[in-house]
Design a protein around this ligand. Structure first.
Ligand code: PGA
Length: 257
């Protein structure tokens, strides 16, 4: 059984004090059911880099996992503005988002760079959450699968078989991010199934069956249950709705199975 993962991507929101407050509120809600919830699901939050130390402290003793939003592929060096995988690991980060569409489109990160980042994260015994997704224009032209599978192929190219079961893929159609327009469960399932098939071609069926594929893009408490009803949707990467404890806790409590 693949445990669902509900991951909050806080983006460039919440400094250390606000991060502590949100984590405290989340814990007040979720910790009392931690034993039940942890049977079939995991929870992760990814604060901005500077809030990670405060978040790590606030999460002490909790089963909520700590994520980051990017990582450089080198351990150190002349890379102004970047943060390396060992720096994140030091604070207990276990998951790192790579190739988010905002990185790809606003900061022009290309497929190969994303792959190097993913490999560095995996190489430091953390889990890369590789984001893939087509723009609205690409979908309208019928290029969704081609774009997504190309991003997947490059993103995973440097990942060896020993690290492959640990990776997580997040399908995030760009047209659905922060727009209030969610992919329908059927649209998402179709792409998730194509991703799983491609994972099978690359790593074999056993690994493909173990890898979790999250959906992201305007996920809310109102649409989470119908998304989770699909066989290849293994959780969600949540932006806006993860900034409010009540909304995110409701998402975490999604109906499963
Ligand atoms: P959203 O963002 O939930 O605000 O659409 C999702 C994401 O970018 O990961």
């Amino acid at each position: 059984m693949r445990k669902k993962l509900f991951a909050g991507n806080w983006k460039m929101n919440l400094g250390p004090t606000e991060s502590r407050e949100l984590i405290a509120a989340l814990r007040a809600d979720l910790d009392r059911d931690a034993a039940t919830l942890s049977r079939d699901r995991e929870v992760m939050v990814a604060p901005p880099f500077l809030s990670i130390p405060a978040a790590a402290q606030a999460l002490a003793g909790s089963s909520i996992l700590l994520g980051a939003q990017n990582a450089h592929f080198e351990e150190k060096g002349a890379f102004t503005g970047e943060v390396s995988a060992p720096m994140l690991r030091y604070f207990g980060v276990s998951h790192v988002i790579v190739g988010h569409s905002e990185r790809r489109h606003i900061f022009k990160e290309e497929d190969e760079l994303v792959g190097k980042r993913a490999a560095a994260v995996a190489g430091h015994r953390m889990t890369p959450v590789l984001c893939v997704g087509e723009t609205g224009r690409e979908r309208d032209r019928g290029h969704t699968t081609e774009v997504v599978l190309r991003q997947l192929q490059f993103g995973l190219a440097p990942i060896g078989p020993q690290d492959s079961p640990r990776i997580i893929v997040a399908y995030e159609p760009v047209w659905a991010i922060g727009t209030g327009r969610t992919a329908t469960p059927e649209q998402a399932q179709q792409v998730h199934a194509a991703i799983r098939e491609a994972l099978g071609d690359r790593f074999g069926k056993e690994t493909a069956d173990a890898v979790r594929i999250l959906y992201g893009g305007s996920v809310t408490a109102d649409n989470i249950d119908s998304l989770m009803a699909k066989p290849d949707i293994d959780g969600a990467l949540v932006g806006g709705a993860s900034l409010r404890a009540d909304a995110f806790a409701r998402i975490v409590r999604a109906r499963i199975g």
